[in-house]
Design a protein around this ligand. Structure first.
Ligand SMILES: [Zn+2]
Length: 89
């Protein structure tokens, strides 16, 4: 991941997360920070983002699946211990 870039004005090395240029000793304009963020959104970052979304969806599916399984097994245990006469039948 690229974390370093150069200041567009004075070419000093700055971090992509910096909002302050050490060369100019002043804050970047808001537009400059946005441009840095666009440079950070390269192809690799997009792939990592998609992978993160896919993993999140898979983990949600697994969580729901396990929850349904646990709820069903608890239901089965409760049902197997209920004696029909307790319910008035
Ligand atoms: Zn600068």
């Amino acid at each position: 991941m690229v974390t370093q870039t150069t200041c567009p004005v004075c070419k000093t090395e700055v971090s992509l997360t910096d909002f302050f240029c050490l060369g100019l000793r002043k804050k970047f304009k808001r537009k400059t920070a946005v441009n840095f963020r666009d440079q950070a959104g390269d192809e690799k970052s997009k792939k990592i983002g998609i992978a993160a979304i896919v993993l999140t969806v898979i983990s949600i599916i697994i969580t729901v699946w396990l929850s349904v399984g646990i709820i069903n097994s608890i239901g089965n245990i409760v049902n197997s211990r209920l004696i029909p006469s307790d319910l008035g039948f």
